[in-house]
Design a protein around this ligand. Structure first.
Ligand code: SME
Length: 354
């Protein structure tokens, strides 16, 4: 993944817009370059983008001078009307903002999807842009969901750095993407660092999860009943994953998990919700990757040889109906490729049996 570039005046606008910046970084840049740094983060970012594109500090707009930047990025003195043509590289200038506010009301703001729309629709008119914005609103783009997602991302990155001083933003983003690809919530957890552990350096070969999924589907053609499907998945995993000493399912029964089809040594029959790794995966409804079971409070040892473990919730109608549990006698056995491959396998199982 690309590293985030340094924010300096040689950076181009498009690269700037691709990355996440803290407001403090934007304000510092503004102060260094004589750009006004007041207002919300979006406003400050727009001024930085304008400056990187044209060298303009945006001071004129703040003083209420007639806007120079309308839809034209290179400083032609035009005002915007619904018939004005969107020029390539149209900027989020104060003049454009005033135009859109006039047309669309005071709540207008340059959201990322709308900026992208402007960029992709050079040659159309600002009247078209107004319509497009209304459509975005109708479709809920930039609605609560977008804001919620941005909030989740910001919270995630903040918590990542609180727990991983000295790591890079690229690491944080890699973990964030990995987390989003998994079922369950998007809050930061140390287990997410599995995203940074590429299996390349590991001596354990990566399991061919696509093959296991294909075999599972093929075997399920005869019966999609949960018991034969879970039994065969357990056998496929146990026999194709190196360094695994237990693979199988626990199914939800009232307030406890009951032992289901599995391969490996005899195991505990009943696990209460919230207990052990399996009960935690159920209670929290999210994947658990435990690199060292001895460091996991409440881990239930079914086989004293187990050192690491991965547990994934299996859903029926959005509720956890079972968990898939795999144990290994090797510490830190399960990495990103396993979590992602197994998440796909679990999705296939959910589709087949429920
Ligand atoms: N270790 C699990 C219990 C199940 S056995 O490993 C098969 C846990 O802590 O939930």
């Amino acid at each position: 993944m690309d590293r985030r570039p340094e924010l300096n005046k040689h950076l181009d606008r498009d690269t700037f817009l691709k990355w996440y910046w803290l407001k403090e970084e934007l304000v510092r840049f503004c102060k260094e370059n004589g750009i006004p740094s007041t207002g919300g983060k979006q406003e400050v970012a727009e001024r930085v983008a304008l400056f990187l594109d044209t060298g303009e500090t945006g001071r004129g707009d703040l003083k209420g001078e007639k806007a120079k930047h309308a839809g034209s990025p290179r400083g032609k003195s035009v005002s915007v009307t619904p018939d004005s043509i969107i020029e390539p590289d149209a900027l989020c200038s104060q003049a454009l903002r005033s135009f859109f506010k006039e047309q669309l009301g005071g709540s207008f703001s340059f959201s990322v999807p709308f900026q992208k729309w402007l960029k992709d629709n050079a040659g159309k008119t600002y009247g078209d842009a107004v319509e497009a914005y209304r459509e975005f609103k109708k479709a809920g783009i930039r609605g609560e969901k977008e804001i919620g997602r941005q909030f989740e991302y910001n919270t995630y990155v903040r918590d990542f750095f609180l727990n991983n001083k000295g790591r890079s933003l690229s690491d944080a983003i890699a973990c964030w993407k990995y987390k989003k690809s998994l079922p369950g919530n998007n809050r930061y957890e140390d287990a997410d660092l599995a995203a940074l552990q590429d299996n390349e350096g590991s001596e354990i070969p990566v399991t061919d999860y696509q093959l296991i999924i294909a075999q599972t589907r093929s075997l399920a053609e005869i019966s999609s009943d949960p018991i034969p499907v879970m039994a065969n998945v357990s056998a496929l995993l146990f026999n194709s994953m190196p360094d695994v000493n237990w693979a199988g399912f626990y199914t939800v029964s009232g307030e406890a998990l009951l032992l289901g089809p599995f391969q490996g040594k005899a195991a505990c029959v009943k696990i209460q919700k919230g207990r052990g790794v399996c009960g935690t995966a159920w209670a929290e409804d999210r994947i658990q990757v435990v690199p060292d079971v001895h460091a996991f409070p409440g881990h239930i040892a079914c086989d004293s040889e187990s050192r690491s473990e991965i547990v994934l919730p299996v859903h029926r109608d959005g509720q956890v109906a079972a968990v898939l549990d795999i144990d290994s006698p090797v510490t830190d056995r399960f990495g990103k490729a396993d979590a992602e491959g197994l998440a796909l396998l679990v999705r296939a199982i959910e589709e087949i049996i429920y």
